[in-house]
Design a protein around this ligand. Structure first.
Ligand code: KDO
Length: 337
């Protein structure tokens, strides 16, 4: 079920070439550090804006921040490998991408586990994350600096509500739902009751406009930012995943920095994550009205039915077998519900 081969192949290749140790040459104190960040998000995405307006200026004395948007520096899903190989300094990484290398990260990709933005921060800051972070540093050469809020993922369809009203997962049977291209994402699509199709983010608008897919899932700010509302007719507020991203940084580069440089970068990453989170939450709260004004039906399905099906499918899945004992309980314990 997992891409074990991918993970093993890459990790052993990295070990064999000693890549984590030899990546990105350490920077001398007098030099400005070059920090290229790869993201498949757009320039106007709240995370990109926060990095450009908060992170960049906060590190400006010691580093030049050079973002590459829309997957132009590295394609979606290849960024972590690029950091690991010493070809890139930073990315906005998902837990689903990390689960390709470390299956236990799938616990952070499971539907209806994270409850809200504050819960994500509590989980990321808790000691339960330490072994996850350490493994990513030791085996992939990537340091996870901070957690960013992407938002509550909703199901966004081409069909009008008259053609298809979604109340329970059974109503999504046969719906060709675009999900990003990893096992963890595809499983989430299946757990929702749909027929998932893997596709990179940059292809989604065209696929929706031509009918190559019936729909996609993303938080409301992304539906608006990527203009998916122009080519779809409804949003089912499943809130099936309170989605996050990590600010990922080259561990080899980090290890070559002075403690002061490290502190500056860490502070800037945390401040950018906090600023992006606030903006994204504001957008989420205001966008239903905008979408309705643009002719989309926006409504809640039977959330209990979705939660029950998704949670039980995860618990019975191969993914849950990789979750370290007691971690799900600790995550639940950090939430408010
Ligand atoms: C997407 O491909 O649907 C997704 O929302 C997945 C996220 O992990 C993240 O990569 C995001 O795309 C991109 O940054 C574009 O917003």
């Amino acid at each position: 079920m997992f891409s074990k081969l991918t993970r093993r192949t890459l990790l052993s290749a990295l070990m064999a070439t000693g890549i984590a140790a030899s990546a990105a040459a350490p920077t001398f104190a007098a030099d400005k550090i070059k920090l290229r960040l790869a993201t498949s998000g757009s320039e106007t995405d709240a995370r990109s804006v926060a990095m450009a307006e908060v992170f960049g200026p906060m590190v400006a004395d010691i580093a030049t921040y050079q973002p590459g948007y829309n997957g132009t520096l590295f394609a979606q899903g290849t960024e972590l490998e690029a950091i690991s190989r010493g070809n890139l300094e930073m990315s906005i990484a998902s837990a689903q991408e990390l689960a390709q290398f470390f299956p236990e990260f799938s616990i952070f990709t499971a539907g209806y586990v994270h409850q809200d933005a504050a819960h994500q921060v509590a989980v990321f800051s808790d000691a339960l994350m330490d072994p996850f972070k350490k493994k990513v540093e030791d085996e992939l050469g990537v340091k996870l600096l901070s957690v960013m809020y992407l938002g509550r993922r909703q199901v966004n369809l081409r069909q009008s509500k008259d053609e298809l009203t979604v109340k329970t997962p059974a109503d999504l049977a046969g719906v060709n739902l675009r999900m990003p291209g990893t096992d963890a994402w595809q499983f989430l699509g299946k757990a929702l009751g749909a027929a998932p199709t893997p596709m990179s983010f940059s292809e989604v608008y065209t696929a929706l406009s031509t009918g190559a897919v019936d729909g996609q899932d993303n938080p409301l700010p992304t539906v608006v930012d990527a203009k998916f509302y122009e080519v779809t007719k409804q949003i089912v507020l499943t809130s099936h995943l309170v989605d996050l991203n990590y600010i990922a940084f080259s561990k080899a580069l980090w290890d070559g920095l002075t403690p002061e440089q490290q502190a500056t970068i860490q502070k800037a990453a945390d401040a950018a994550a906090e600023s992006g989170r606030k903006k994204q939450l504001e957008k989420e709260a205001s966008l239903v009205a905008f979408l309705e004004k643009n002719g989309l039906a926006v409504y809640e399905p039977d959330l209990g039915a979705f939660r029950d099906q998704v949670q039980s499918m995860y618990l019975e899945s191969e993914f849950a077998k990789t979750w370290p004992e007691g971690v799900l309980e600790k995550i639940n314990g950090l939430g408010s519900k």
